[in-house]
Design a protein around this ligand. Structure first.
Ligand code: EPZ
Length: 427
């Protein structure tokens, strides 16, 4: 069994910026594809194998929750084996759910397996209020009743059944909960206004291997025909598109030429055109996507985040760092989360010319940022501070850097391998 969920060490990252990046990096498996499959493993009473699984704190935390539900987990060399044959009902406590937002996608599988669920409110990055009303609506359509208290969500059912569900917003997590609960029922459920992210398609592919028949994955209308039981299956995680985008942002901000192993332009849909628009050259060479930047980035006029395939909110903070040193002015509008501009004060401390107003920021690129002491406050925001530190002159210290452990394997080591002067130091 894995000992304990990812326990954060209080670390900081020290960067001497201004170095261009050259070399090759292998992009690990997708966090947001693996986490729902880990939850879905509860819906069969067998052994689920997840290959290409990233060894990151969120996966460790989800393993901890599965262990709490009496599942066995064994994680070796990127292969995670989950044995749910002995799973038993337990309420899922705050110390577990507070560590990751993805604990919300346990609701569908736990309800399916045990007929009830008591889940402390999920945690995760403080990028907004992150309500769960769409999840609860979808599961209620499928036959669950729910009540919420100050700290807990409780659900139960006398039996889930197929349904026609319309989501008021294409929530990724709510789509995942609905798909999983529907896949385990006898009959056809139709999901309207479903999320279209690649992680939805990979979850549907996994659920089909478990025995469901699914059409429309990746579109706004998904039909799920369940046969009442799901068997165990293997899952192969694709490379993490946001991790790939993180290295692209670093090259865009610093300049250089880097091979991203296992990445293709289609994996980067929604943000590839932002980087090429800023002047990045991108082409395939064998199994790797070569990204090159030989001049200062040129800022686009306006970028708006949106649901897939629009520009992804998870890339917003990093592109903001790149634009801070770009030529010209960018308006960046955040339309998914209401509190996802936490890097702005820190970028301003580094000399960026940024004005925040409501859900948008106006960035006027400056020639160089100056190294400073800054603080990480969420996963992608901390990755964005690293991007800024790599591009800045002199030394940047990023305190509370532990956030990156939630979603990145070996980020500092890989960047060092590309020529960055970057060190992780335990505080
Ligand atoms: C997933 O979060 C990802 N997390 C997020 O990535 C990503 O930013 C987000 O999708 C959007 O793409 C995982 O997959 C584990 P949503 P999720 O439900 O499912 C509102 C990262 O850095 N909403 O699509 O929580 C919500 O407040 C993380 O890897 C409701 O109002 O996102 C937000 O404004 C950060 N009610 C919007 O919808 C609900 O019931 C999108 O949320 C659910 C969501």
């Amino acid at each position: 069994n894995i000992a304990s969920p990812g326990v954060f060490i209080l670390g900081k990252i020290v960067i001497n910026g201004g170095k261009r990046l050259f070399g090759s990096v292998c992009i690990h498996g997708a966090k947001n594809a693996v986490l729902p499959v880990m939850a879905a493993s509860l819906m069969n009473e067998g052994v689920t194998v997840i290959r290409g699984c990233p060894d990151i704190a969120d996966v460790r935390a989800m393993c901890g929750i599965l262990n709490h539900l009496h599942c066995k987990t064994d994680f070796k060399k990127g292969c995670l084996v989950i044995d749910t044959s002995m799973a038993e009902y337990e309420e899922i406590k705050a110390e577990d759910t507070k560590q990751l937002r993805a604990s919300s996608v346990l609701m569908g599988p736990v309800l399916t397996r045990f007929g009830k669920v008591r889940l402390a409110y999920p945690g995760g990055c403080s990028i907004g209020s992150r309500p769960l009303d769409i999840h609860l609506h979808a599961l209620k359509c499928l036959g669950a009743s729910w009540s919420v208290s100050e700290d807990f969500i409780e659900m139960e059912t006398t039996g889930l059944h197929p349904s026609e569900i319309t989501l008021r917003f294409p929530s990724v997590g709510a789509t995942e909960n609905a798909l999983m609960a529907a896949a385990a029922q006898c009959g056809t459920t139709v999901l309207y206004n479903a999320a279209k992210e690649p992680e939805i398609e990979s979850l549907c592919a996994y659920l089909e291997k478990c025995g469901a028949v699914i059409t429309g994955a990746g579109t706004e209308c998904i039909r799920v025909r369940g046969k009442g039981v799901l068997q165990s299956a293997e899952f192969f995680a694709k490379p993490d598109r946001i991790v790939a985008g993180t290295y692209m942002a670093a090259v865009a901000a610093c300049g250089g030429s880097v091979y991203l192993q296992g990445v293709t332009p289609s994996l980067c849909r929604g943000f590839l055109d932002v980087f090429t628009g800023m002047g990045m050259d991108i082409r395939m060479e064998g199994e790797a996507m070569l990204v090159q930047m030989y001049h200062r980035p040129v800022n686009l006029h306006k970028i708006c985040t949106g649901a897939y395939p629009d520009f992804p909110t998870d890339m917003q903070s990093m592109v903001l760092s790149v634009a801070s040193v770009g030529e010209g002015t960018l308006i960046l509008k955040e339309q998914i989360f209401e509190n996802r501009f936490k890097t702005v004060p820190w970028l301003k401390k580094m000399g960026a010319d940024i004005t925040l107003s409501g859900d948008s920021v106006l960035v006027k690129g400056v020639e160089t940022l100056k190294g400073s002491e800054v603080y990480g406050e969420d996963l992608r925001g901390t990755a964005a501070l690293i991007t800024a530190g790599l591009a800045a002159q002199e030394t940047t210290v990023i305190h509370d850097a532990d956030y990156i452990l939630r979603g990145y394997m070996d980020l500092c080591e890989n960047l060092k391998g590309l020529g960055a002067e970057i060190e992780w130091e335990n505080s």
